[in-house]
Design a protein around this ligand. Structure first.
Ligand code: DGT
Ligand code: CA
Ligand code: CA
Length: 578
């Protein structure tokens, strides 16, 4: 299986991070990040380009040096310079860079200025209040580092988790490979992957097969296997490239449901189901459900749930946060599905930092069968993205009007992603906002204000009568930047009062709202929009990740603005302006 673009990008990104920790030239660091992003968003396979001898330096943002490195990654699956840097840089520093959104740059400063190479040295420096004195830190950052350090004691620093989207790219070809083996019947990934958690530690795969099929041997011979951790008749474990661990278990057909239930987890859900079993005089384990030593169920998950008088629980809900009680009462939510989505309400084009034209975005949306697509460029304050000023917005409005005339199966909504400035005012005047169909608002700088100030800033922003959707409310980037401190309950009350919709941003490293916030929105009666924030036609595919996250938050189709048809959306959006 050739290396995927996402995997190449991940290696380049890691390299850029390590360079930054080391304090390398910032242009060089940026070059790697840009290349990673471009490769990530490419529609063609870099591996394929290499195999057909194409010149990678023709790709946008890839110079000769990077082309050589990318080709090396394709050929060998690794970047020797990265391996070398990993040896040079103390391994704790990489873990430290993930604390409290410190990032590689500030980690480099800790290393150079305070000589920190290990966690315990950082703990000491925090205690002595030395960290706050470094440029770019301050007392609040130091406080957050202290909090994260105490939290991290439960999960060791550096215990790597992979974003779901990255895991999917690694898992899908393996599943195809296993499914194609003669004699294999079912192949399913259980664990946190099946529950669609935003990050996944390892893959837990179950197979059923006919008697004469040596699936374990085939498994360890998969071409991306780097190490065989263990190999047995019914269970094997391997490590793939990039260190991803995969456990494979072969189970008898009549235990398949019980095993799937057991290995899907979560552990807390399993324990609660098992306890319910005990109350009914049943023993539940990965082999089946037993009454007085006799098997009474196990072939399907539905069967397992039925023995303890529970409705079937979707994997995304299995966290023991009330789903068992609801399944017992028959009140589980009918959670939203990817097919329920009728459009996307947050996207960019080449007019700012997107990579596709208006026309290309419209075509991509039509291909998905969407009814509507909102174009929501950045406003002027976001200078790095070439944010639009009032006259540029006017120009885009005219372009969209023109294109809408030609389209008969899709409506383009004229929108903006306007910045909420530090004082809570908006980055564009009302006169221009009122000309748009949809105003999305967002915070893009000063994400680290104290909770009260940040909350007030955003509430002031959404209290304006034009913005109807608040984008990526907490600003977190998974594994890189922690969420802004916010009084979410207060914010949601204000959203409810002002008829403002909260976005669940579906970018794989944002997924912001979290599932906890999504569920909170539902409980407080706040409408949610699941949006991709796409910067290319391809990225409209992120919608499914947003839907998964919404499902984990118990969100039903009626809670989601973009399950409505065009008229329904328009009606909702007009509430605020009245
Ligand atoms: P991860 O891998 O950290 O992203 O999360 P999971 O949920 O995939 O955890 P993992 O891989 O350690 O275990 C897979 C499933 O196996 C887990 O969701 C439930 C089940 N399991 C593992 N250990 C136990 C246990 O001690 N008791 C019970 N009841 N189930 C367990
Ligand atoms: Ca797992
Ligand atoms: Ca596991």
């Amino acid at each position: 299986m050739p290396i995927t673009n996402a995997e190449i990008a991940e290696i380049l990104r890691e390299y850029a991070d390590l360079l930054e920790i080391k304090g390398a030239n910032e242009f060089r660091i940026r070059a790697y990040r840009t290349a990673a992003r471009n490769i990530d968003n490419l529609t063609r396979s870099v591996a394929q380009m290499v195999s057909t001898g194409e010149d990678l330096s023709t790709l946008p943002g890839i110079g000769q040096d990077l082309a050589t490195k990318a080709a090396e990654i394709v050929r060998s699956g690794r970047l020797p310079e990265l391996e070398q840097l990993k040896k040079e840089i103390p391994s704790d520093l990489i873990g430290i860079s993930r604390l409290a959104g410190l990032g590689p740059k500030r980690t480099g400063a800790l290393h150079r200025e305070l000589g920190i190479t290990r966690i315990d040295q950082l703990e000491e420096a925090v205690q002595q209040q030395k960290v706050r004195l470094l440029p770019g830190f301050g007392a609040r950052t130091e406080q957050r580092v202290a909090e994260d350090l105490s939290r991290e004691r439960d999960t060791p620093v550096g215990s790597k988790r992979y974003r779901l989207s990255v895991m999917e790219e690694i898992a899908q070809p393996l599943i195809e490979y296993l499914s194609a083996i003669d004699g294999v019947r079912q192949v399913t990934i259980a664990g946190s992957y099946r529950r669609k958690k935003e990050t996944v530690k390892d893959l837990d795969i179950l197979v059923t097969h006919h008697a004469k099929c040596d699936v374990m041997q085939w498994f360890v011979e998969y071409e991306d296997v780097e190490d065989i951790v263990s190999q047995g008749d019914t269970r094997s474990a391997v490590r793939l490239r990039y260190g991803v661990q995969v456990d494979l278990r072969a189970v008898p057909q009549n235990s398949y449901g019980a095993a799937l239930h057991y290995f899907t987890g979560s552990k807390a859900h399993n324990i609660a189901v098992r306890r319910r079993g005990v109350q009914h005089g049943l023993k539940i384990n990965e082999y089946g459900v037993f009454h007085n030593g006799k098997r009474i169920a196990g072939e399907t998950e539905e069967e397992v749930y039925a023995t303890v008088h529970l409705d079937y629980v979707e994997p995304e809900l299995r966290e023991n946060t009330g789903e068992i009680e609801a399944a017992g009462r028959g009140t589980l939510p009918g959670i939203v599905k990817p097919d329920d989505i009728r459009g996307d309400l947050h996207t960019h084009t080449k007019a700012t930092d997107g990579r596709a034209t208006l026309r290309e975005m419209a075509d991509a949306a039509r291909q998905r069968g969407y009814e509507y697509l909102a174009i929501t460029e950045h406003s002027r304050h976001v200078t790095v993205a070439g944010g639009l000023d009032a006259s540029a917005v006017e120009q885009q409005i005219a372009e969209i009007d023109q294109l809408n005339e030609q389209l008969d199966d899709l409506v383009l909504l004229k929108g903006i992603e306007v910045d909420i400035l530090e004082d809570g005012t908006l980055d564009l005047p009302d006169e221009i906002l009122k000309k748009l169909d949809l105003v999305v608002c967002a915070v893009h700088y000063k994400l680290d204000l104290p909770a009260e100030k940040q909350t007030e800033r955003i509430i002031r922003g959404i209290s304006n009568s034009y913005p109807t959707i608040l984008a990526h409310p907490t600003g977190r980037i998974i594994g890189r930047r922690r969420a802004s401190s916010l009084d979410m309950e207060r914010l949601m009350r204000a959203a409810k009062q002002t008829d403002t919709i909260l976005e669940l941003n579906a970018q794989p490293d944002r997924l912001d709202l979290t599932e906890v916030h999504a569920r909170m929105a539902k409980e407080m009666g706040v409408m949610v929009a699941i949006s991709t924030d796409a910067h290319s036609g391809e990225e409209l595919n992120f919608m499914r990740l947003g839907v998964f996250q919404a499902r984990r938050g118990w969100i039903e189709p009626g809670d989601v603005l973009n399950t409505k048809n065009h008229k329904g959306v328009k009606d909702w959006l007009s509430r605020k302006r009245k």
